[in-house]
Write a protein that binds this ligand. Structure first.
Ligand SMILES: Nc1nc2c(ncn2[C@@H]2O[C@H](COP(=O)(O)OP(=O)(O)OP(=O)(O)O)[C@@H](O)[C@H]2O)c(=O)[nH]1
Ligand SMILES: [Mg+2]
Length: 458
């Protein structure tokens, strides 16, 4: 029998990065740094960079003819396997560039989709990525098809190439339809799941990719989630219990990071994964204060949130990585614009006390702590509380039920309507009751959530 050898080539692909900058384009200090990060995350070794400033796009090859030749020589010299463009290319441009340069050509969107495809682990994120990839390629398939059909216009001239594309297009459309249906189901299942475990207020970490969300989650809850110096290290949502001193338990979620000009199809298809964020009572927007592009990154995150139709809600801006900031002036520049932001270093566990206090305070704005006396026969109110409130304790007596609860201010209406008595508890910053304190015998049936930290409740 002949021996079989499998050769695994694990040398990374060598990439050259390219970008065309049009007039009036707002570019960061280093216009190719982020693409560099993406290319590295995707597993390539960056061996060259080329930037052209030009008044217009060349319709055929995107870059001007001279620059294309320069790119070809650079690829030859660096022995690159792939050229990655910051700009979005149309299929014709990709084809022409590939022909002129003699290597594979990708654009930023394809690169991001590739990173997501490689990193997606859960069923829902895999579905989301596949949908985004198909939606990205379908119009390209279409455009290609239109272009071919114009060439083959004569009667009886429908060539096999065109037929194949038509078949591909139909298959892609069918798959997109199925994926959307399946994702819709996953989305509502997820929404039910998130709603059903609402036994505590929910806080969701959001932010630009690599800002330090997972590191902060670990620092706050000892969660042990993966944090890495790479873009899109996190693609799935993880939720942990977080004990806020003097406040109680909250559910803290870490989720996928955002990026400037995130492909729209990708944003849309990640809705199921972002269900926790949609339902959260409070958002912690983590920004990398040591990045020269921090302002752009903060606005990009707000933009994606609105694209996701995540309604505006209470948000605390957290300025992370202050340990990596060289000059105080830089931090002040950010604080001048966002005076309520909370500077922290997740890495060195600095500023976390203040952050915790701010979260407690923000949640208290939205939540009321009440002692409610209920008629034991009022099953409707009892089940309402079980579904909507966090039950800190509950005591069943023969003629009354005494519930100590925390509940969203917006949901107290039915309680005031049918409870026998309602007492509101006000707390000082140290957590002591400052008003309307009352003697409270220990509860018989304590149903407060577990105080265990770092429990995966996802
Ligand atoms: N110097 C410094 N580095 C930090 C800090 N917090 C996080 N980092 C580093 O920043 C990188 C990204 O951290 P992550 O926690 O993975 O960031 P993320 O926001 O979860 O990123 P994605 O999941 O990829 O979107 C890692 O190399 C961390 O070690 C910090 O406070 N200071
Ligand atoms: Mg992460």
């Amino acid at each position: 029998m002949r021996e079989q050898h499998t050769v695994i080539d694990d040398t990374p692909e060598r990439s050259v990065l390219a970008r065309l900058i049009l007039p009036q384009t707002h570019v960061p200090e280093d216009p190719i740094e982020e693409l560099h990060g993406l290319a590295t995350t995707a597993g390539t070794q960056v061996v060259g960079e080329l930037i052209q400033r030009r008044a217009t796009v060349d319709h055929g090859t995107y870059l001007g003819k001279g620059k294309v030749e320069e790119l070809r020589l650079l690829v030859e010299k660096t022995q690159a396997d792939v050229v990655i463009f910051e700009n979005e290319l149309n299929p014709g441009q990709t084809r022409n560039l590939e022909k002129a340069i003699g290597t594979k050509v990708l654009d930023r969107t394809e690169l991001i989709l590739d990173i997501f495809a490689a990193g997606a682990r859960t069923y829902e994120s895999r579905l989301a990525v596949e949908l985004a990839q198909l939606e990205y390629s379908l119009p390209r398939l279409k455009r290609l098809w239109t272009h071919l059909s114009r060439q083959a216009m004569g009667v009886g001239m429908r060539g096999p190439g065109e037929k194949q594309l038509e078949v591909d297009r139909r298959l892609a459309q069918k798959r997109i339809h199925d994926l959307k249906q399946e994702l819709g189901k996953v989305e509502s299942r997820r929404a039910r799941q998130v709603a059903s475990r609402k036994d505590a207020p929910t806080v969701s970490l959001v932010g630009y990719t690599n800002a330090g969300k997972s590191t902060l989650m670990n620092a706050l809850t000892a969660a042990g989630v993966q944090a890495e110096d790479k873009l899109f290290a996190t693609l799935d949502t993880r939720t942990r219990r977080w004990q806020l001193p003097h406040w109680g338990t909250v559910l803290l979620s870490d989720t996928v990071g955002f990026i400037r000009d995130l492909p729209h199809s990708l944003v849309a298809s990640f809705k199921a994964t972002l269900e926790e964020t949609r339902c959260a009572d409070l958002l912690l927007h983590v920004a990398d204060a040591s990045s020269p592009n921090v302002f752009d990154q903060i606005s990009a995150v707000y933009k994606v949130l609105s694209e996701l139709e995540i309604e505006e809600k209470d948000t605390l801006l957290v300025l992370n990585k202050i340990d990596a900031i060289d000059s105080p002036a830089m931090l002040n520049r950010v604080l001048d614009r966002y005076p309520n932001a909370i500077p922290v270093s997740a890495w060195e566990s600095k500023g976390l006390g203040l952050l915790t206090e701010a979260v407690g305070e923000a949640l208290s704005r939205e939540f009321l702590e009440l002692r409610v006396t209920i008629d034991p026969a009022d099953g409707k109110l009892l089940s309402y509380l079980a579904a909507r409130a966090e039950l800190i304790s509950q005591q069943f007596n023969s003629d009354s039920v005494l519930s100590h609860i925390r509940i969203a201010a917006a949901a107290v209406g039915p309680i005031y309507q049918s409870a026998v008595n309602v007492e509101q508890i006000h707390r000082g910053t140290a957590g002591e009751e400052t008003e309307e304190s009352s003697e409270h015998t220990p509860a018989i049936n304590v149903t407060s959530p577990t105080t265990e930290q770092a429990t995966d409740v996802a």
